[in-house]
Design a binder for this molecule. Structure first.
Ligand code: FES
Length: 171
């Protein structure tokens, strides 16, 4: 008898469910703990099998130097792939390093943290020779990171970089 089997699985609730009919059986099948309830196919709205986690694809810019496996060897001190840095502009990597390519094949880098109150500066674009801080509009020269104007007490700290194996790396 299916009803007796269900009652044996959850005797603590037996008295509550006597006479509850089909509704009681449905509740009892849900208290079986680890055992799947007989006849209970996937409940609507229940948890589905988790989707596969997004693959990282081997971030070449992490600090592990793992290189993502199988791909070209990425220097352990790589900041960014050289071909990802726009000519006449730049980008901020790791939230702390501003990498610039003022002219094709020439790379510069500065500490991206503004010396005024610590905002991350905006990279220049389209050949603009000025780096702007978005918080209080301090301006710095692309050429050497020196302060042009604004409340920043000094220029951006330079970071020596080189290109190795197609990546901008700390020199
Ligand atoms: S934080 Fe950059 S100008 Fe104030």
């Amino acid at each position: 008898m299916p009803d007796e089997k269900v009652f044996n699985l959850c005797s603590a609730r037996r008295t509550l469910l006597l006479g509850a009919g089909a509704l009681g059986i449905a509740v009892l099948t849900g208290c079986g703990g680890d055992e799947p309830a007989p006849g209970a196919g996937g409940a609507p709205g229940g948890s589905a099998a988790p989707s596969a986690p997004a693959t990282t694809g081997g971030n070449p810019f992490d600090d592990t130097g793992s290189g993502g496996g199988g791909g070209p060897q990425v220097p352990s001190d790589a900041l960014v792939a050289a071909d990802e840095v726009p000519v006449g502009g730049g980008l901020v990597v790791k939230d702390t390093v501003l990498v610039l390519q003022p002219t094709k094949g020439t790379f510069k880098a500065y500490d991206a943290v503004c010396p005024h109150q610590g905002a991350v500066v905006d990279p220049p674009y389209d050949g603009n020779p000025i780096i702007m801080c978005p918080r209080h509009n301090s301006k710095f020269k692309v050429a050497d990171g020196s302060r042009v104007e604004g409340p920043a007490p000094r220029g951006l700290k330079g970071i020596k970089v080189a290109v190795r194996s197609g990546y901008v790396v700390r020199a």
